[in-house]
Design a protein around this ligand. Structure first.
Ligand code: SF4
Length: 397
């Protein structure tokens, strides 16, 4: 005898969430979807995705330049950060970085994801010394000069900076060089900063610090990418509240171009190497509920490389974007999880009846609204069509 049934309240709640974005109580109720209700939740998310984004699913053809793997935080799940003095720790020099950028451009990439550990020079004397040797006093200055060089020496490439917490002044300094910027909120939970929790040794992962930066990016009108990391010990309530605070900020400033729903994956050699990743069901539920929370407000994205054997299923939960995919560099943050080939992503997207299109690091709607710096105007408008998507002649699969 099967005990599951579709509850009337579940249908009522879903119906309301089709008409307008979900509130906290509704989103929390949807997390209780039983096996009979889950397909309805996915169907509702898919309906909203198609209503606002049609058949198009986007991605950004990018390369990844990790200018330093040193960091002032020590997140318990991080497989990217290295301790000063250990093999492979340090700064990438400009020559090495530019080699990636130029090769990426030849392979049709248009986004330079400049990602680093966060301001290591503020806590590690080795990082300070290494920067001084390169002629710099901070990681931000180093990134700024690298991006200037990259813009000078390429035709189509557009930086997207994601180097941890920045002050408003630092963001303003980098703004003319960037198509967009990013910082994962990860979680609103201060509990995860307590002893024995993943952010115990990461004082700059405090949600208040990160929310401040996300808000200030809005004040500066910088198209912004953020998101949540799921499966690191947060509760459903903390997950939903994290999504809702992002929505609240976006309603005030209108700058959140995409929300990434990222699943934790264990990295060997880290304190959380034996911590299980979130189940596929939790991941799908979170994506679907995110879709019902954001409706058309922001793009909902999930990375295909962290669900490699079944990433096609993420489309069934209502994502409308695959994020940045590199035809050249690995995902340095999740080094054990290579991106699928872009031709493969196109194939699995089309198998479900969708159309894969390339976008830039700045989302189409912000191009149409002209939220880009004057300095990048010519380069952006040359590549995109009137809808803000990459023109067919510049797309490569
Ligand atoms: S996840 Fe980011 S902030 Fe945390 S230790 Fe790694 S590089 Fe630093």
């Amino acid at each position: 005898m099967l005990n599951f049934r579709v509850r009337e309240e579940f249908i009522e709640t879903l119906t309301k969430c089709l008409e307008r974005p979900a509130n906290f109580e509704e989103a929390m109720f949807l997390t209780t979807a039983n096996p009979y209700e889950l397909p309805l939740l996915l169907k509702a998310a898919l309906y909203i995705k198609e209503k606002y984004f049609g058949k198009i699913v986007t991605y950004s053809r990018k390369i990844f330049v990790p200018l330093t793997n040193l960091c002032r935080n020590k997140c318990a799940y991080c497989g990217f950060r290295k301790d000063p003095g250990t093999p492979g720790a340090g700064f990438m020099n400009f020559e090495e970085g530019m080699k990636i950028v130029k090769l990426g451009e030849r392979l049709g990439a248009k986004e330079i994801l400049v990602s680093t550990g966060e301001k290591p020079e503020t806590v590690h004397s080795e990082a300070k010394k290494a920067l001084r040797k390169l002629g710099y006093s901070s990681t931000v200055e180093y990134v700024r000069d690298f991006e200037e060089k990259a813009l000078k020496e390429t035709e189509h490439m557009l930086p997207h900076t994601n180097i941890g917490v920045l002050s408003k002044e630092e963001m303003a300094e980098l703004k003319p060089l960037n198509a967009s910027m990013g910082l994962m909120l990860e979680t609103i939970s201060e509990r995860l900063m307590e002893k024995g929790m993943p952010h115990e040794h990461s004082p700059w992962k405090h949600p208040k610090i990160r929310l401040k930066m996300i808000r200030e990016a809005g004040e500066l009108k910088i198209p912004f990418t953020t998101g949540i990391l799921i499966g690191i010990g947060e509760t459903w309530e903390e997950r939903i509240k994290s999504l809702l605070v992002i929505r609240e900020i976006n309603r005030e400033y209108g700058h959140i171009q995409e929300v990434i729903i990222q699943n934790f994956m264990p990295e060997p050699g880290t304190p959380m190497e034996h911590h299980p990743p979130p189940s596929p069901i939790i991941f799908l539920k979170t994506i679907a509920i995110a879709r019902l929370i954001f409706h058309r407000e922001t793009s909902v994205q999930a990375p295909p490389n962290l669900s490699l054997s079944a990433y096609q299923t993420l489309l069934l939960a209502g994502i409308n974007d695959w994020g940045g995919i590199s035809p050249l560099t690995p995902d340095f943050i999740n080094i054990r999880y290579p991106w699928p080939k872009i031709s493969e992503v196109k194939k699995v997207t089309e198998e479900l009846g969708y159309i894969l299109r390339e976008r830039l690091a700045i989302y189409p709607k912000y191009i149409v609204k002209k939220w880009f710096p004057k300095t990048l105007e010519r380069r952006i408008l040359k590549i995109v069509n009137t809808n803000g998507l990459v023109r067919r002649k510049y797309e490569l699969f």
